[in-house]
Design a protein around this ligand. Sequence first.
Ligand SMILES: Nc1ncnc2c1ncn2[C@@H]1O[C@H](COP(=O)(O)OP(=O)(O)OP(=O)(O)O)[C@@H](O)[C@H]1O
Length: 590
Amino acid sequence: MTGFPTLSMLHQALGRRQIALLPGVVALGLASAALEGFGIGLIIPLLGIIMGHGEANGMAGLSALLQKVDAGLGERERVVAISAAILGSILLKNLLAYANSVLTAHIYGKASQAIRAALAGQLLGVGYPFFLKESPGRLLNIISNESWRASDAIQGMLGAIVSASAAIILLAFLLLLSWQMTLLVMLGLALVQAAHMALSAHLRAPSRGVAARNSALASRMLHLVHAGRLIRIFGQEQREKAAFEKASDGVRRAAFLLSNRQGALAPLTEVLHAMLFLAVVIGAWLAGLSFPLVAAFLILLYRLQPHVRALQMTWSQLQGLSGSLEEVTWLLDPTGKPAPPQGSRPFAGLNEKIAFEGVSFSYANEEQRAAVLHAASFDIVSGRSTALIGRSGAGKTTIVNLLCRFVEPDGGRILVDGAPLGDIDPVAWRAHIALASQELELVDGTILDNITYGKDTASAEEARQAAELAEAHEFIERLPQAYETVVGYRGVNLSAGQRQRIALARALLRDPDILILDEATNAVDGLSEAAIVETLKSRAGRRTTIVISHHHSTISFCDDLVILEHGRVKKQAPFAELAARSMDELYQPE
Ligand SMILES: Nc1ncnc2c1ncn2[C@@H]1O[C@H](COP(=O)(O)OP(=O)(O)OP(=O)(O)O)[C@@H](O)[C@H]1O
């Protein structure tokens, strides 16, 4: 049922304070409806006097009661008093209705904000393999589109609370006027609701269709933004335009289908309500009820209808939003999602070594993939520099992913000074690591923001020193705004080599126990790289460095060499033993 994800989401999205406000929404809804019913009820004695009916002969319930309230007064005074009471009740009712709209807007705002925060929290907290599996377009669509629709559903639910309160009260007033007629009305409403629910059920499939098409469109949008150069250089503008228009048209079609079905509900409901209204008029005529009573009954019924219709439209709105709600609940639901790395063992720094013992790993996607690492065993010794080399696809970055605990081994163990890496507190572990990789982008901010990204307590002077070590200071100083230069989205305003040097400065600023460089300087010119290698050499004995590169010069300062081949460790040896060999010779199968 689609209503229930909304309820559970409403519960999830609302904090305790907002939940505590919900009875207030109900109370205000009830009070304003009661005032409305009361005001309408007063029309009976008013009409009675105007039409010269006098006392409430034969009138039941509320009407009789109202007739008695001001029985002691003269006719003129009674008309004035009743009119004043009607006006007063309308005034107060609208004040309460306004207070309710402020209250619901407050709760709605908090709930939507909480949904967005929960989505962001989930994306930050979920295990990294989630991002290897899920489509970025789908995730972007959920955050940027579907979360707003989920908020709309919550707003609908809040409105429904108010409408339901009003409907209950107005029905109670109807009951006081005539229980037989009320029974007729309730029967009619039940029939209308049954028809409405049957039709609303057909909204769920198109709603899912809209959500799926929106995800596909978001993927295309991301592609257009990211692949601007690729598209142009290969002259694929027309093809991309056609693909985008197809995706966009897919959204239009799906939304058109949904809105057509949804659009049919409102007029249909109105016709059914009009039929009910007429049935009541004829029923009252057949039952021979007095005019003031029938008039009050019909006015009440007239006022009840928008609330009932609003309830029914909320129902269909929720069905129409079911695709969005399912997407948002899917992302928020932790079941079936990779958990973040666990472990509580403290980690104060590497003393001896990191040992890979028979580690195997595969990127498990929908179809089971072949293993990427096969029983890999090697050591990374503390205070030394280890070069991880091997042909493309050999599994080097996968080892980095395992070290950073982005992914966990399928078999074997990674031991850190003898303790399983999986037992170590990941936050403490990562605090001792810094990674500079070709895949880690710059953040949209200034150069200074980027260098201090991993250590926001660092001073400008510390950032400058790190930039000097990374051979970045000189080019930064030459920029018009120096360290305050805005690097743009993913650092587009800088060259690849400049970006890499800033990323290296960011890693060096943390002065980490374990520095991992994954193709971190492959775009840097030879002279700068030689200077960076000198910097890295100076860490020897003090810090542990892991270097991945296809360039001999980059790994030339390393103490140890681990050669990978198709996910297997081909050789581990001191670098000095193999230093004379070229990279190609090192990669040669033995
Ligand atoms: N997210 C992923 N999902 C599935 N397979 C992956 C994923 N990432 C990498 N692989 C596969 O794992 C294998 C090892 O990849 P990895 O990135 O570790 O290689 P590498 O040695 O770092 O290569 P390169 O030198 O080209 O960067 C490759 O065969 C690759 O196809």
